[in-house]
Ligand binder design. Structure first.
Ligand SMILES: Nc1ccn([C@@H]2O[C@H](COP(=O)(O)OP(=O)(O)OP(=O)(O)O)[C@@H](O)[C@H]2O)c(=O)n1
Ligand SMILES: C[C@](O)(CO)[C@H](O)COP(=O)(O)O
Length: 242
């Protein structure tokens, strides 16, 4: 059944999905690779659409697959699909330009984080609603971190107590994200990085292990396994929407 988004919601979610998935290996654009018989993008969008604050979803699709992605997602949720760009940042900018008037909170969420629970979408949005301009979900770093020279020799051990692994969805007051993209010069790996360059405070909320980014073949296998595991957090019931 097609999910109806919340016309009274205050959140637009941009979904960059135009990446090639080079690190995953051959098999076509990553967002269209399958787990549990369905493309990663379908899993990601279904979870976003289950978050009751979501008013609009804009997907940046691989440029050659825009029509196919529209057809793929039509049964999942009513949303906007635009062609993505050569970098993640260009894909996000293209999606941002397509957000209609209304939502004042904009989240950016990787299609590659296909199993992210709807509750994380809500917790990031809630932190923006609570007064933050920019919010990212983070997890502590669990490995010992070493700085290593180009020829493979350890230079030192890094104090990891202040380090965090950063996930998506990253949330922003709409005007803050728009200004950061308008001012962007070089491509960065995340939107919070652009906002940091504007001198804006970026706050952290706890991330989720289920929001792992499917990057390499091991991640795809892990996601497939998690999808079949009993403890995978459920898609929130649509009935909760106000
Ligand atoms: N030109 C690009 C590059 C990336 N992305 C999206 O940005 C998210 C995070 O990127 P990543 O996981 O690094 O995906 P890829 O760029 O596809 O991976 P790789 O670097 O292995 O090719 C993904 O949902 C990806 O589809 C995008 O929309 N447009
Ligand atoms: C946005 C991101 O997923 C946060 O961890 C990450 O920065 C994307 O980086 P990648 O180099 O495209 O994997």
């Amino acid at each position: 059944m097609t999910a109806q988004l919340n016309p009274r919601g205050d959140v637009a979610v941009l979904v960059p999905a135009a990446g090639a998935g080079v690190r995953l290996g051959p098999g076509g654009p990553k967002a269209l690779r399958r787990i549990g018989g369905e493309p990663l993008l379908v899993h990601a969008v279904r979870r976003i659409a289950a978050a009751r604050s979501v008013h609009t979803i804009v997907v940046a699709a691989p440029p050659g697959d825009v029509r196919a992605v529209r057809e793929l997602l039509a049964p999942v949720a009513e949303l906007i699909v635009v062609p993505g760009g050569a970098t993640r940042q260009e894909s996000v900018a293209a999606a941002l330009a397509a957000v209609p008037p209304g939502p004042e909170i904009v989240l950016v969420h990787d299609a590659a984080r296909a199993l992210t629970p709807a509750i994380l979408v809500e917790s990031v949005a809630a932190a923006i609603r609570g007064g933050e301009d920019a919010v990212i979900p983070v997890l502590p770093v669990v490995d010992t971190i070493k700085e290593v020279s180009a020829d493979g020799v350890v230079l030192g051990t890094v104090d990891r107590s202040a380090l965090r692994a950063v996930q998506t969805p990253q949330g922003f007051r709409r005007s803050v994200l728009a200004a950061a993209h308008a001012a962007a010069v070089d491509p960065l790996t995340d939107d919070a990085g652009l906002v940091e360059k504007q001198g804006v405070r970026v706050a952290c909320v706890p991330g989720s292990e289920y929001a792992l980014k499917i990057t390499r073949p091991f991640d795809l296998a892990l996601a497939e396994h998690l999808l079949n595991a009993e403890h995978l957090p459920d898609v929130a019931p649509a009935a909760e929407r106000g």
